[in-house]
Design a protein around this ligand. Sequence first.
Ligand code: UDX
Ligand code: UDX
Length: 457
Amino acid sequence: MPFDKNILCIGAGYVGGPTMAMIAHKCPKYKVTVVDIDPVKIAEWNSDTLPIFEPGLDEIVKKSRKKNLFFSTEIEKGIKEADIIFVSVNTPTKMFGVGTGMAADLQYWEKTARQILECAESPKIIIEKSTLPVKTAQAMERILTFNNKVHFDVLSNPEFLAEGTAINDLEYPGRVLIGSHQTPDGLKARDELVDIYTNWVPREKIITSGIWSSELSKLVSNAFLAQRISSINAISALCEKTESDVMEVAKAVGMDHRIGSQFLNASVGFGGSCFKKDILNLVYLCRHYGLYEVADYWEGVVKINEYQKERFVMNMSNAMFNTLAGKKICLFGFAFKANTGDTRESPAIFISKRLVEEKAEVVITDPKALDNAKKDLKDQDDKVSYVEDPFAAASGCHAVAILTEWDLYKTLDFHKIYSSMTKPAFLFDGRNILNHQTLFEIGFNVYPVGKPALTHF
Ligand code: UDX
Ligand code: UDX
């Protein structure tokens, strides 16, 4: 059966894989191919065990795979055949040279643009799906139009999905943003992409803008979300000193509809592949343009996040008689949030390493993230162990620390856990998901975030 359009996505990661699965699922008339340089990942996408855990993803991949959704390592062939190319390769923080630790490392993006130029034989629309510094599209265009071999239009179409809810976010997006040049060619390309999304997204949810505004909107969206978390986390420190309850404060503040109630959960700190990277990228851009005050303002969001993680470790140490040496501490959750196995920038990585530095023994349990945890902590081997069953993991420990808000931790039998632990037993709820009074009555010394501790001393 001939397809109406050939869509290619370069980069089969957390963004590229689910996004293309949704397009294929909603648009049976289009052939969607996802390519990646990593053959192991592609083999996994073609198997029964997908490379990422995302609720609902398996179902939609299985429905479309080998019908109109294909995973392949044949990048050049994919480029030749495609009318539309999404680029979703990773753009990590640069770890060398100019902009070390701040700027986005665009080497994969540039390499991909050059590969497109080399292989393309017909006009194509190139869509930035990766989060990129403002004006990256311009650099890409300069590479792509270098020899005028074929015509390319570059669009920006940032992804706003959150892990753990990616399928729902893709199916019912709050908005789809498409940035283009305001030239006849740019607008025509933009309309082609609008047509793809209107297969399932109401037209009024699809917003269009200039290309640079679109690129910047993605960085700013993530910066604003992260800023809310750092704001409430900063207040959580004050609540602990003043015997106030950060959850009560968040509720009272969030009920003002101008502020809103979401993203005000105080926590052990935010993680994930995007927030820190995108804010640092914003900071770097501001410094580049000489906007030092603006840069410092946004950098504060990241600094508070680092402070919150360190504060959590210090609270543990202070509570446990000022030493963690030789103590066995069980971490409930390693993923950066619930419903994902992703551990990129997870606060659990920092906390595990700090606990090891303090000479504690760390036991980690998580329903989906243990494989990634083992990779993240491979250099800490002898001090860290991994146990799937939370009861077995906590047994014999001096403390349990909740680092990920998995639902399963809310319903565990904490009587059973308490009875197997070394006494006095401590519980540090880095997500404020448990019933602290009940835990206290069981016998735990309970330390939530931003609330008074409940102790038996
Ligand atoms: C995406 C975006 O790319 C990133 O900019 C955004 O901020 C977050 O989401 P993500 O999908 O999470 O990143 O990254 P990852 O899961 O690492 O996937 C990227 C894929 O691109 C990897 O599978 C990698 O093998 C592939 N890749 C990388 C290529 O196929 N070619 C390359 O040259 C480089
Ligand atoms: C984020 C953005 O939400 C999404 O729009 C963008 O496309 C990618 O980056 P993601 O990183 O997948 O998505 O997850 P998100 O739900 O935003 O959570 C990020 C981190 O903040 C997690 O560690 C989470 O636990 C933490 N968080 C979130 C809090 O600590 N408190 C909150 O109130 C909300």
